[in-house]
Design a protein around this ligand. Structure first.
Ligand SMILES: CC(=O)SCCNC(=O)CCNC(=O)[C@H](O)C(C)(C)COP(=O)(O)OP(=O)(O)OC[C@H]1O[C@@H](n2cnc3c(N)ncnc32)[C@H](O)[C@@H]1OP(=O)(O)O
Ligand SMILES: CC(C)C(=O)C(=O)O
Length: 502
């Protein structure tokens, strides 16, 4: 029989601990509401004792969100628990998450205590939390490295004291999937009252095993998974929500279901990445830019013949409009033919052969083959009179930065000025003013190629147009110019109509 797997999202607590990811209360509410729309069951909203700001966020999230359980973290310390309870006062359903370290490292070298005293503190903390809320989750910190016999004792005591959920964190990301699975199995078989609580996983990714360990835990009886969007979290991160949810969806033999509205995954992932300033690596499972991009000929041919040849999930199931066939020097005739067809130039036989040979030469010399290149290859590219070309770019500092850019379409020149937050913002705004397209700058990455201050920087921009992404690339020693060129490069890839100039 299929059982419910509770999705406990800790993006706003463990995820937010990451340097640079801190959010204010307003931003946290936006995230919490997105998590509610995504369908998570529990939102860990913060660690209220840690700061007035975090306390306030838990209060405001409790008011703003109605469906999920709102959870607040605490140590096994009375004051922490009191403050957590106070922060949860507006929550429709509030949960206190309390616990203590259970590995030898933590007992001896962090808490400077003894195993027996730690059990006493755990029991006291759970009982104390029960005075305020019915729903109390106990975490056995560093359970991944703890002795299983001792772990079973403290978990049994916590359940006896009233814990409704027992969390078995692999805090340091140490376990291998089989070890973690055995730990959960051991608890199922050796904790006499385990049927009275839900077992939760909370795995970190120090060895890249967080998702594998979480799934192994579920396969052995865990029924709550603690996860974050994009896998953000302390050090190498937490288990990523999207990976676990989609692994379960793809493997119907795992006897659990989740309440996640999977087509909302992609937009939630982008929101978190943007608000927390955490770019997503292109090859990140499920939500990375290349997760549904096919770039080598054999794969492209396979996907074009039958999507499932190289895709285990439908991109629409995670909110990605469609998979993409990216033209590179590793592409074959099938991919080239597909793109030419899309442009309205069906090409077969000898003609395709000729174009393909030229295409390979171009693709060897140029990494990114776009629409303009293809039109040139089929001899249909007239004078460069319909695409945006960037001319002179200038800007000056003052109270606000002012920029002027020259843009050309064919022989029509246009000059545009704008003000912005900084030179890149001012230049992008000036370009936007003259390009008649609905576009949104969705991602902006600047990377230096080497190390020196004389270095060339590489810019990647992603624009959204009609819910589809268009990528622009450029490199230059001048960051502002590289950004402007990357922006124009992406604009030139918009397929619907060629960008016009005012
Ligand atoms: C695995 C996790 O716990 S994930 C959560 C981690 N998140 C955070 O730490 C962010 C929020 N933390 C904070 O704001 C602060 O660390 C506070 C408010 C909790 C505590 O601040 P301080 O009182 O200044 O203590 P400090 O951070 O220096 O040290 C932590 C103390 O808590 C103790 N402690 C750590 N975990 C626990 C626990 N679960 N239960 C009881 N005590 C604990 C440590 O042993 C140490 O005590 P000591 O000072 O007597 O040696
Ligand atoms: C507080 C606990 C659940 C934690 O974050 C960890 O052990 O990693």
């Amino acid at each position: 029989m299929m059982e419910k797997l509770w999705i406990f999202d800790t993006t706003l607590r463990d995820g937010e601990q990451v340097p640079g990811c801190q959010l204010d209360s307003f931003e946290k509410i936006i995230v919490a509401q997105a998590l509610e729309r995504l369908g998570v069951d529990i939102i860990e909203a913060g660690f209220p004792i840690s700061s007035p700001g975090d306390f306030n966020s838990v209060v405001e999230i409790s008011k703003a969100v109605s469906d999920p359980i709102i959870c607040a973290l605490s140590r096994a310390v009375e004051k922490d628990i009191e403050v957590a309870a106070d922060a949860l006062k507006y929550a429709k359903r509030g949960r206190i998450h309390t616990g203590i370290g259970v590995s030898e490292y933590h007992i001896l070298h962090k808490l400077r205590s003894t195993p027996e005293k730690v059990i006493e503190r755990a029991v006291h903390a759970v009982k104390f939390a029960k005075r305020y809320v019915e729903d109390v989750e106990f975490y056995a910190e560093d359970a991944g490295r703890a002795d299983n016999e001792y772990l079973a004792r403290i978990v049994e005591a916590a359940i006896h004291a009233g814990a409704t959920v027992v969390n078995i964190p692999d805090t340091t990301g140490y376990c291998l999937p089989e070890q973690y699975a055995q730990k959960i199995k051991f608890l199922k078989e050796n904790v006499s009252n385990i049927h009275k609580a839900i077992i939760a996983t909370h795995c970190h990714n120090d060895l890249g095993m967080a998702t594998a360990n979480t799934i192994a835990g579920v396969q052995h009886g865990a029924r709550q998974v603690e996860v974050t969007i994009n896998g953000i979290g302390e050090r190498a991160g937490n288990t990523s929500l999207e990976e676990v949810v989609m692994a379960i969806k793809c493997h119907s033999d795992i006897p659990v279901f989740t309440s996640i509205n999977t087509p909302k995954i992609y937009e939630t992932s982008r929101l978190i990445s943007k608000l927390m300033n955490m770019p997503i690596q292109p090859n990140k499972a499920i939500v990375g830019r290349n997760a549904f991009a096919h770039s080598s000929g054999i794969h492209q041919d396979g996907v074009l013949k039958h999507r499932e040849n190289y895709e285990i999930m439908d991109p629409k199931d995670v909110g990605v409009e469609e998979s993409s066939i990216v033209l590179t020097a590793r592409s074959g005739r099938a991919a080239l033919k597909h793109h030419l067809q899309l442009l309205g130039f069906p090409c077969e036989g000898d003609k395709l052969e000729l174009v393909y040979n030229d295409f390979l030469k171009l693709a060897d010399a140029k990494r990114d083959i776009g629409r303009k290149d293809l039109l040139q290859l089929v001899g249909e590219y007239l004078e460069d009179n319909s695409f945006v070309q960037l001319g002179k770019v200038s800007y000056q500092y003052g109270d606000v930065v002012k920029s002027t850019v020259e843009l050309t379409i064919g022989d029509k020149k246009s000059t545009s000025s704008a003000e912005g937050n900084g030179p890149v913002d001012a230049v992008i705004k000036a370009i936007e003013k003259v390009v008649e397209q609905e576009i949104e700058l969705d991602e902006f990455l600047i990377q230096s190629m080497a190390k020196g201050s004389d270095d060339v920087c590489k810019v990647h921009m992603r624009l959204m147009h009609n819910n589809k992404p268009y990528h622009g690339f450029a490199s230059h020693t001048d960051i502002v110019l590289a950004s402007a060129q990357a922006f124009v490069d992406a604009i030139n890839k918009l397929p619907v109509k060629q960008p016009a100039i005012n």
